[in-house]
Design a protein around this ligand. Structure first.
Ligand code: F6R
Length: 620
């Protein structure tokens, strides 16, 4: 969740680390801090509560000078977002500065022991034990590297840790433990940057070539960065030969392209995201799905007896849609479950089980842990992921990349539609390969998919209408989103979008469940958003809408164009175009995203960085 940046090179470290923290801010923005080793070898520290730009504004005088430093942007877990709890943390003698992403699970017992031994703690964080552990090792005569490794062997939990040492010998140690919290190391023209992810690192290498040599730390691997380069080693100090690769800045460039928010830009990019998710995966001549990046053989596909789809948050909603698609078109029993629950069950998984994880970041701790568990149990593991080289892609047997381009807005939008597109492709591919779908049906499905980018583009055209509807609903404090079948998870997604960026209480519910409880909530203060597109469950949803109207509820319905009959019974309508059933979840999502976006704007919320959230949830 938190963001880490470290720099060693010939340039001033502060502006580079500051820029990196700004790029990593989507991971957390409760507090920020930078530590720089000054020309006298002393560690200079500056911290702020809140967003990174506070580091510029706190009137603390000139920026610390020096060419070695570490920075951190925090998403608070242990300890409130205060100045004392902001990273970097230092040891008693202020010789070491440490930044951290993840949780030290055994910090209480370590802290108790270190306190008994005379170490003085200044914060409530779990992180601070790391600094005192390194200090303890050095007090016992170990070198900085040895003490850092010893600390790594003593702490429990998944995390990324980095530290700098005062003095002339420029040195950064960075360590990754468990599956949460990646560390990337990028080198170019005599400078090295370490950080939490690649898109935030490369723009920092202000080099002529604009190209960096990049390595990703695996679990229990450590990087020691000096002015002479990078050494990779394990926790016992044995050297590791790291496969690195060249990556150019053009691969990871991001800006708002004139939009007010990244979220709006990313919503507007959805036709492109859906098209690129289909690129080279559909043979438009033969009107067949062809997945060259699917990792299993024909025989293995034929032997599958079950599909389990997992993810968290928006990606869980994609998994839930995927379950319907796999059952309907793939002809296989399918289930969808939140990765955070799944990882703590003891599910039956065999080599005939296909486990599909979905994740924008590929770094969500629960999803990665659930994948590892499925792999250990011998399942076949596929991931649908947007982030190249992320953990999910490294654990899985194969990856279907979303190719949506980097997503910066904390609320996922285009990666959700890219996931739904790929889940459609996967379901059709399984159906084709297993002889469940006849040629005519699979051609019809493929033809439908080909229309998706155009239909989504049409939906995005009339922005004024979404603004108008949002004005009518922005003052409601309670929302119920209803949908049935494949649209039930879309109702949940609509509610999630609204609650996370506008802070309005919103619930997504399967429409048929309403009469078993939530109907008690209906009155004229409750807004109901009903998904009632023309599909085989349409009549059922119409009944649910009538039940709400009969109780004075205000209803905004998402209907298929031309449905004047139901339109006459509800208060307001957002239309989606007539489309084949497998496209409806994609199309119905778009108005809900824009409703949430415009209501959040009217409520003057921080749309791209809503409170308490982070883009990449790398803690449990
Ligand atoms: C909601 C949102 C989150 C993420 C969730 C999983 O808009 O973005 O709910 O979907 O944190 O993240 P990934 O997809 O990276 O595993």
């Amino acid at each position: 969740m938190c963001g880490i940046v470290g720099y060693i090179g010939g340039q001033e470290a502060w502006p580079i680390i500051y820029e990196g923290l700004r790029l990593l801010e989507y991971r957390g923005y409760d507090s920020a801090g930078i530590a720089v080793v000054d020309p006298h070898g002393n560690i200079q520290l500056r911290k702020t509560v809140g967003k990174v730009n506070g580091l510029d504004e706190d009137g603390a005088g000139p920026k610390p000078q020096g060419t070695v430093g570490l920075g951190h942007t925090r998403w608070a877990t242990h300890g409130r977002p205060t100045h004392e709890n902001a990273h970097p943390h230092t040891d008693c003698q202020k010789r070491i500065a440490v930044v951290h992403n993840g949780i030290v699970e055994n910090y209480r017992e370590l802290k108790r022991r270190l306190t008994d031994d005379g170490h003085v703690f200044e914060s409530e964080t779990d992180t601070e034990v790391l600094t005192h552990l390194v200090e303890e090792g050095m007090d016992q005569g170990l070198t900085f590297q040895e003490a850092f490794r010893r600390m790594g062997r003593m702490v429990k939990g998944s995390q990324a840790i980095s530290a700098i040492l005062q003095g002339d010998a420029a040195q950064i140690c960075a360590l990754r433990l468990g599956h949460a919290g990646g560390i990337v190391v990028a080198q170019s023209e005599g400078q090295t940057i370490i950080g939490s992810d690649l898109p935030a690192l490369l723009p920092l290498l202000h080099t002529e070539s604009n190209i960096g040599q990049v390595g990703f730390l695996e679990t229990n691997e450590m990087a020691v960065v000096t002015r002479n380069g990078v050494d990779y080693q394990d926790l016992d100090g044995n050297p590791i030969v790291k496969q690195t690769r060249m990556v150019s800045q053009a691969d990871v460039q991001v800006d708002k392209a004139g939009y007010q928010h990244f979220m709006l830009k990313e919503i507007m990019e959805q036709p492109q995201a859906v098209a690129s998710a289909m690129r080279e995966r559909i043979d438009f001549e033969a009107r067949r799905v062809d997945l060259p990046d699917f990792p299993f053989t024909k025989q293995e596909i034929a032997d599958l007896d079950r599909v389990i789809l997992i993810g968290c948050g928006t990606s869980l909603h994609a998994a839930q849609v995927g379950r319907h698609l796999v059952e309907r078109y793939g002809g296989l029993p399918a289930e969808a479950e939140s990765a955070s629950e799944f990882r703590y069950r003891n599910p039956y998984i065999s080599p005939r089980t296909l486990v599909v994880s979905i994740g924008q970041s590929g770094e969500t701790a629960d999803t990665v842990a659930a994948m590892q568990m499925a792999k250990d149990k011998g399942g076949k593991l596929l991931t649908i992921c947007n982030a190249e080289g992320s953990q999910a892609t490294r654990i899985a047997d194969g990856t279907l990349y979303m190719r949506a381009g980097i997503e910066i807005g904390v609320a996922s939008t285009k990666t959700f539609l890219a996931s739904l597109t790929i889940l459609n492709l996967l379901a059709i591919f399984l159906g084709q390969s297993r002889g469940i779908l006849d040629q005519e049906k699979s051609q019809e499905l493929v033809d439908g998919l080909a229309q998706a980018p155009r239909l989504i583009g049409d939906l995005l055209a009339d922005q004024a209408n979404y603004r108008r509807i949002a004005q009518l609903y922005a003052d409601f404090d309670y929302f119920l989103f209803l949908g049935r079948g494949v649209n039930a998870p879309i109702a949940s997604e609509g509610a999630l979008k609204l609650k996370e960026i506008s802070y309005i209480h919103a619930e997504g519910y399967p429409a048929g469940e309403m009469k078993h409880g939530p109907i008690a909530l209906i009155d004229n203060a409750m807004a109901t958003v009903a998904l009632a597109p023309k599909d085989f469950l349409y009549d059922k949803v119409v009944n649910n809408v009538k039940e709400v109207k009969a109780r004075d509820g205000r209803v905004l319905a998402v209907l298929t164009e031309g449905d004047t009959e139901l339109a006459a019974e509800v208060d307001h309508v957002l239309y989606i175009p007539e489309a084949p059933e497998h496209l409806i979840p994609l199309l119905a999502t778009v108005p809900l995203q824009l409703l949430a976006y415009n209501i959040a704007l009217l409520r003057e919320r921080d749309v791209d960085q809503p409170r308490n959230l982070a883009k990449s949830v790398t803690v449990e």
